[in-house]
Design a binder for this molecule. Sequence first.
Ligand SMILES: [Zn+2]
Ligand SMILES: [Zn+2]
Length: 349
Amino acid sequence: MSEKMNVVAIIDEKKVEIASVTKPVAKGKKVLINIKACGLCTWEQRAFTRENNMPLPFVGGHEISGVIEEIGDKLDSIQFPIGQKVVARLINVCGKCYYCRNGVENLCVEMNNLEDNEMEIFGTGGLGQYLLVDASQIYIMSHDISFEHATFAEPLACVVNSIDQGKIKFGDDVVIIGGGVMGMMHVILSKLRGAYVIISEPDEARRKLALELGADIAINPLKEDTVQIIKDLTQGRGADVVFNTTPIGAVAQQALEMVGYLGRLVYYSSMHPDNPVEISPNWLHKSQAIITGAVSPSVNSFHQSVQLISKGIVNPEKLISKVYNFNDAQKAFEDAVKPETFRIIVIND
Ligand SMILES: [Zn+2]
Ligand SMILES: [Zn+2]
């Protein structure tokens, strides 16, 4: 008889349950990971609150860390040692579409197509005790890094991709709108790229944390005129790079007004609702500014993120609000959807 394992399944609006499914077996070029920790990202949170129309039951979890439990017969145990601490890039891409061929597999036309994955319960499966993944998706993590910290490889990789789109140069004036988990990681990486960092965030505690993480100036957009302050700080030019990490419609328009000539504006967050912004084509013509976005981590950004965490260059400790045991997943989800929390992590002892 095949062995069983537990998974955390969302079964209804704001309701999760521990379900028992068949424990997968490693074969071929697959690696079985014993999952030790998993972060609860916005995607899982929206499935929990039913803000997205994820089919239920649903086993989410894509920000995972763990150890290699078992490897398939086509894999080398020196490259993939049993017990090795690892993270995995749980994004399924087709490898054959126009974008995959262009080396931008984060824009794959079949991305997040979970229809033909072999999960017993639909989903990415990170919120389980074990997960079978292709060896190509495995990244080695240093044993010195905690499982909780290692789960940040995925969200940080998204931010690495965003920072790459912003093309920060040493000494650039960089504005980060929003001090959530993603905004904070933009602060950390912008500093590493040698920027002068200005954060705009209404919450005082978050502004304080942003300053601790390296921001040079923190603005309260509810009390101060952010656009004017940025103009004043830059002799009227506007910022070199602006990252919008908030989903708020009005901010999308304001972000545009913060950008100077030759500037780059990165719409990192998706917008809800997705209202159009107004832009003067003549301003674009004269400014040579670039307006772009960032979505999901590419293979390369994931690799860079793993290096940053594994080598201790980025320490995500302050972005963890609370750690819950696997069996307390219901409470973990309830906490994760509160606006004041950063990352909530679920661990398997
Ligand atoms: Zn995520
Ligand atoms: Zn593709």
